[in-house]
Design a protein around this ligand. Structure first.
Ligand code: 5GP
Ligand code: ZN
Length: 152
């Protein structure tokens, strides 16, 4: 991941400027809601970013309809990237907040082609807390899902 963090105001962040045509980008797709373009820092050849045209900061801000639009384009781009770069694997990745490794604070989805031994990795400090605690965690999430049902 790059060392800089873009916290620019809505309208002046890197991806807003790409959407406005003020910064160059190698675009692969564009519609009313969504743009897809090559990530400047290619993890593997064919690494694409899919972003809404509107500046929503993260998964918590983006309206569900626009999140759906981004996901549909990400799936379509994934098919295209797999065909174009012959990758046996492919990773969708979406970061939220500094602690979640987000560096450009304009919602986006990474479409990353993967190959054996490509060196791409995610530190994954796995724990197995046991069924009782899993049920407890599940209860916490279920409770919040009941509260936010009307939002979706
Ligand atoms: P994040 O860390 O927020 O998930 O990902 C931000 C991504 O934006 C990084 O992978 C980075 O390489 C990419 N990026 C940063 N600046 C630019 C730019 O000016 N143009 C393009 N095409 N990608 C950029
Ligand atoms: Zn923006």
């Amino acid at each position: 991941m790059p060392m800089f963090i873009d916290t620019s105001e809505p309208g002046s962040c890197i991806f807003c400027r790409i959407n406005a045509g003020e910064l160059p980008a190698a675009k692969v797709y564009e519609d009313h809601f969504v743009t897809a373009f090559m990530d400047i820092g290619q993890l593997n050849p064919g690494h694409v970013l899919v972003a809404p045209k509107h500046h929503w900061e993260n998964i918590f801000d983006i309206p569900p309809a626009e999140a759906q639009a981004v996901m549909l384009v990400a799936q379509r781009v994934a098919h295209a990237v797999k065909a174009a770069f012959d990758c046996p694997g492919l990773m969708l990745f979406q970061a939220n907040g500094r602690e979640g490794e987000q560096t450009v604070m304009h919602f986006h989805m990474h479409v990353v082609p993967r190959h054996a031994g490509d060196g791409v990795g995610l530190i994954w400090p796995r724990k197995e807390p046991g069924q009782q605690l899993l049920e407890h965690y599940a209860g916490q999430v279920r409770q919040q899902l009941e509260f936010n049902e009307e939002l979706f």
